[in-house]
Ligand binder design. Structure first.
Ligand SMILES: [Zn+2]
Length: 351
């Protein structure tokens, strides 16, 4: 028999919301920083990732991109990140947010960044059977015009693995302001890309940002979205449209100082009937992994085994892969659930 913690760790998982540079291990980050002479505030992995809040974290997030320079760096981060997530939490499928503009001032073009990432992830898929897609992410700090040029790059350099548009960072005013990017989203939609946006993340965000992302950007799914529970009309709208939410439990303890317990907004989203799935967002920085999001996140919110399985399946529903791959993943997940259910020790109440 296995404990509920082991059950949650071994449950097959998707991850829809992770930023590529954040899938690096702390050790590799420190190694690459030394290789390129990038000075870090400390080389102690324990101290490197102490953040006061979301804004403080975003400073570190930006400098993590400085250590990725050669194709082999991108490939290695891609491949090693999959290997680690399989071991840590039985990852079976992942989507990555990538913004090639972060590397433009070092002379790297859109294909210079995207292609080695795809090569590393494809090699990992062959070795570990973990499927993937890439979602190009607008840097909200760079503004609306840069967002449109980024979408033009996506159109100019089509890759079958690159299927959607998303976001990272915040605006220069440290707001979400999804309405600012209407033109980029419309252009991406027109060219067949699926859409997602980071909204309603912290106490500084507003619930209406969730509505704008659904109604004005036309998003197919959303990242975070926690503030939605503060506006029942928007909950209703998201339920009607079948919007999936890529929630990241442990990041909320750092970016918002929220406690992980049965009153957490993610728990309330689940109770409100919203299709929540779970991801790490920025695993290296938040010292988390996809297994921990279930064992130290969902479990402490009082999520049951049946709810955890549903959350895992919700990730397949909200993913941007094709229907055939979704069907394969569902069959694989259901078989794994049956095997795990058979060995789960009877006492599952652990919250
Ligand atoms: Zn994110």
């Amino acid at each position: 028999m296995i404990s509920y913690v082991d059950y949650l760790r071994l449950l097959p998982k998707t991850e829809l919301h992770c930023h590529f540079a954040s899938t690096m291990s702390a050790e590799l980050f420190i190694e690459l920083a030394a290789k390129y002479g990038v000075e870090l505030p400390t080389t102690d992995p324990e101290e490197l990732f102490d953040f006061a809040d979301l804004v403080d974290f975003l400073v570190a997030f930006r400098y993590a991109h400085d250590v990725l320079r050669e194709p082999s760096d991108f490939e290695r981060v891609a491949y090693d990140g999959v290997a680690a997530a399989v071991a840590e939490g039985n990852l079976r499928y992942r989507e990555y947010y990538v913004n090639p503009q972060y590397f433009a001032d070092r002379g790297l073009s859109y294909p210079d960044v995207i292609d080695p990432i795809i090569a590393g992830l494809a090699r990992a898929e062959r070795d570990f059977g973990v499927g993937f897609r890439v979602v190009v992410a607008i840097n909200r700090r760079a503004g609306a015009a840069e967002a449109v040029s980024l979408v033009r790059e996506m159109i100019a350099h089509p890759r079958p693995e690159v299927v959607g548009l998303g976001q990272d960072d915040l605006t220069p005013e440290n707001t979400e302001d999804p309405g600012r990017f209407v033109e980029a989203y419309a252009l991406a939609r027109e060219h067949g890309f699926l859409l997602t946006a980071h909204v309603g993340e912290t106490d500084h965000a507003i619930p209406d940002a969730v509505r704008v992302a659904i109604e004005e950007l036309g998003c197919d799914r959303l990242d975070h979205g926690y503030r939605i529970v503060d506006d029942p009309a928007i909950v209703e709208l998201a339920r009607e449209r079948g919007i999936g939410f890529a929630a990241t439990p442990l990041s909320t303890t750092i970016c918002s100082g929220w406690q992980i317990d049965a009153a957490h907004r993610i728990r309330r989203m689940i109770d409100a009937g919203l299709a929540v799935n779970v991801s790490t967002d920025d695993a290296m920085f938040f010292r988390t992994d996809i297994g921990r999001e279930y064992t130290d996140g969902l479990r402490l919110m009082g999520v049951s085994a049946d709810e955890a399985k549903q959350i895992s399946l919700n990730g397949i529903d909200a993913s941007f892969c094709d229907d055939e791959q979704k069907a394969r993943l569902r069959a694989e997940f259901r078989a794994a659930f049956a095997a795990l259910d058979a060995v789960l020790e009877p006492v599952t109440e652990s919250a």
